[in-house]
Design a protein around this ligand. Structure first.
Ligand code: GLU
Length: 443
């Protein structure tokens, strides 16, 4: 049995009750096999065994009191996966589905994503099974304060810098930052995604969505194509989806769908972004509300948008939202490119189907890396106590996304899998981390 298969077997047996984590490990380890075989010293250093084990995982209790005086208890997590190339970096997710498997899969993916950005950031992730839906501002604030009252013990601007993810946006980061500062007495760059008035970076809000479209464009351009005039299907309607739609439209694409967990909307005229922002950013309402404000649009309850005819698909909602049936529908309808705005939105079956059918497929760890890359730019600005303009940050983001495309495309060619960007992204991300780990000894 090969070294990769051995570690894969031990890991998936040990963590069989953590399916998302096993899925992420399987996808990565399988695709880096040629790079592992080319470096036999990795096995001697038990590199893969160390890579799949978080350096530290913290699980804590978060009690909080709702507006009616009732006491609730949620679980809080921070998985500090790998600090070989920089401080742990990665978001916090507040969603009822959060558990150790989800946080470990996200933390593991984050290692390679962060490495691909070319910036000095390690991999981590955290969150809670707290459900922000339907909570008042004060409830959100009290929960964030309770969460930070434990989290502050394990984070710091040079050790671990959390940010947002699903359910954690500017409002939550503000409350988390306020509590960190109150407890520690330090105003420092311990979180990213901060508001502009207290250390945030311009363009951080837009970064994941814009970056996704920059990368998709780079991939299409390298294949003598482009986004102009393309029909695009987007899932999700959070921060990633909204700014992916904005950038895709500005490059001449027509985006016809958006979704949330209740279903998707189809707008044949192209999504009206002002309405979508009104519904999701201001009213925090369900997506069907879009069709009240734009009656010619249609709402499909409980469905996913993959059956809608398109040239390009951008899954921007959540993990495993795009399975084999969705992949087949997209390919049958003539879709030529898929770029993942969410983390692991495609199942392994769907990913393999895209690759077998020669779809240009950009995995999330490359395609959505613009968010965390801009977080690293926020860290730089905080350390230097300077502020870059929107255009300066946006230009750096575009460069980073183009260089990620270049690195993953080159690694794919070098290891004999031209245009297989899963192999390319995983190998390019892995090698830098592996070399840093080997250089630092058995730790
Ligand atoms: N949650 C985002 C991600 O999945 C951003 C993390 C960050 O900015 O640290 O990469």
């Amino acid at each position: 049995m090969s070294y990769v298969d051995e570690v894969l077997q031990t890991t998936t047996e040990r963590w069989h009750y953590q399916p998302e984590f096993c899925q992420a490990v399987t996808e990565v380890l399988k695709s880096i096999e040629p790079a592992v075989e080319a470096n036999p010293h990795y096995e001697k250093g038990a590199l893969l065994e160390r890579l799949v084990a978080p350096e530290k995982a913290t699980l804590f209790r978060v009690p909080w009191i709702d507006d009616n005086g009732k006491v609730h208890v949620n679980r809080g997590y921070r998985v500090q996966f790998n600090s070989a190339i920089g401080p742990y970096k990665g978001g916090l997710r507040f969603h009822p589905s959060v558990n150790m498997s989800i946080i470990k899969f996200l933390g593991f993916e984050q290692i390679f994503k962060n490495s691909l950005t070319g910036l000095p950031i390690g991999g981590g992730k955290g969150g809670s099974d707290f459900d922000p839906k339907g909570k008042s501002d004060f409830e959100i604030m009290r929960f964030c304060q309770g969460f930070m009252t434990e989290l502050y013990k394990v984070i710091g601007p040079n050790s671990d810098v959390p940010a947002g993810d699903i359910g954690v946006g500017g409002r939550e980061i503000g409350y988390l930052f306020g509590q960190y500062k109150k407890i520690t007495g330090r105003h420092e760059g311990v979180l990213t995604g901060k508001g502009l008035s207290y250390g945030g970076s311009l363009a951080r809000t837009e970064a994941t969505g814009y970056g996704l479209v920059y990368l998709a464009s780079a991939m299409l351009n390298a294949h003598n194509n482009g986004l102009d005039g393309k029909t695009v299907v987007v899932s999700g309607s959070g921060n990633v989806a909204i700014y992916a739609i904005e950038k895709a439209q500005s490059l001449g694409a027509k985006v016809v769908t958006a979704s949330d967990s209740s279903g998707y909307i189809y707008d044949a005229d192209g999504i009206d972004l002002a309405i979508l922002k009104q519904v999701k950013e201001k009213e925090r309402a369900r997506i069907v509300r879009y069709t009240e404000l734009k009656p010619t649009a249609k709402f499909f309850a409980g469905e996913k948008p993959w059956g809608v005819k398109c040239d390009v698909a951008l899954p921007c909602a959540t993990q495993n939202e795009l399975g084999l049936d969705g992949a087949k529908a997209l390919v049958n309808n003539g879709c030529i490119a898929v770029a993942e705005g969410a983390n692991m939105p495609s199942t392994i079956d769907a990913t393999n189907y895209f690759i077998e059918n020669k779809i240009l497929f950009a995995p999330g760890k490359a395609a959505n890396a613009g968010g965390v890359a801009t977080s690293a730019l926020e860290m730089s600005q905080n350390s230097a106590r300077i502020i870059w303009t929107f255009d300066q940050v946006d230009a750096k983001l575009k460069d980073i996304m183009e260089s990620i495309y270049g690195h993953m495309a080159d690694a794919a060619v070098e290891y004999g899998h031209k245009d297989n960007f899963v192999v390319g992204a995983n190998i390019a991300g892995f090698l830098k981390v592996a070399d840093a780990m080997m250089a630092q000894g058995i730790v």
